[in-house]
Design a protein around this ligand. Structure first.
Ligand SMILES: Nc1ncnc2c1ncn2[C@@H]1O[C@H](COP(=O)(O)OP(=O)(O)OP(=O)(O)O)[C@@H](O)[C@H]1O
Ligand SMILES: [Mg+2]
Length: 162
């Protein structure tokens, strides 16, 4: 079966602060169960985006680059934020779905770095955020909503983002 083509929205992010602001806008509109699948090469800005996301959720906790094991939880905001980084798991990620699913299907918000490693094991209803380092200064983000709940969040997010 062929998938329905998904519209990707391109967003220009000239500075790291803009990446953070873009994440912050997202944090203001995410809903219980929202999943953000973040992809892009090393250093593309995924963690920077999650820093903003936590700010938008009004979490007082500081986001660190996940030198933590694999998952960090930030409480204290409008919704709990689960920050996952699958990089170290690599292909082994497919054996870890049992505990990963607890974060991916939760009443909080999940932000997953290196989400592409999960492939088809990702929740069907999610926001895909692909970050691209264009070589020079700045980044491009390509955002797409897969599923009904994600579409509602994306609409609110884009209204907030000038
Ligand atoms: N829009 C942007 N323009 C320029 N630099 C940016 C932008 N967004 C983030 N950066 C910078 O890119 C660097 C890497 O960012 P970050 O750690 O968020 O990437 P990452 O995708 O999480 O990397 P990793 O793959 O190692 O997890 C940081 O120095 C950050 O400040
Ligand atoms: Mg990172």
């Amino acid at each position: 079966m062929r998938g329905i083509p998904v519209r990707q929205i391109p967003i220009s992010l000239p500075t790291a602060d803009e990446t953070r602001a873009f994440g912050r806008a997202c944090g203001r509109v995410v809903q219980p169960g929202t999943v953000l699948a973040l992809s892009g090469r090393l250093g593309a800005g995924k963690t920077t985006f999650v820093e903003g996301l936590a700010q938008g959720l009004a979490s007082s906790e500081e986001v660190s680059s996940p030198t933590f094991a694999l998952a960090a939880c930030y409480a204290g905001g409008r919704l709990p934020l689960y920050h996952l980084d699958l990089y170290r798991l690599g292909e082994a990620v497919k054996q870890e779905v049992d505990w990963l699913d607890e974060y991916l299907y939760s009443d909080g918000v999940a932000a997953v770095e290196w989400a592409e490693l999960l492939g088809a094991l990702l929740p069907a209803d999610r926001l895909d955020v692909y970050l691209e380092d264009e070589g020079g200064a700045g980044r491009m983000a390509y955002v797409a909503a897969l599923g009904r709940a994600a579409s509602t969040v994306l609409e609110a997010w884009m209204q907030l983002w000038r």
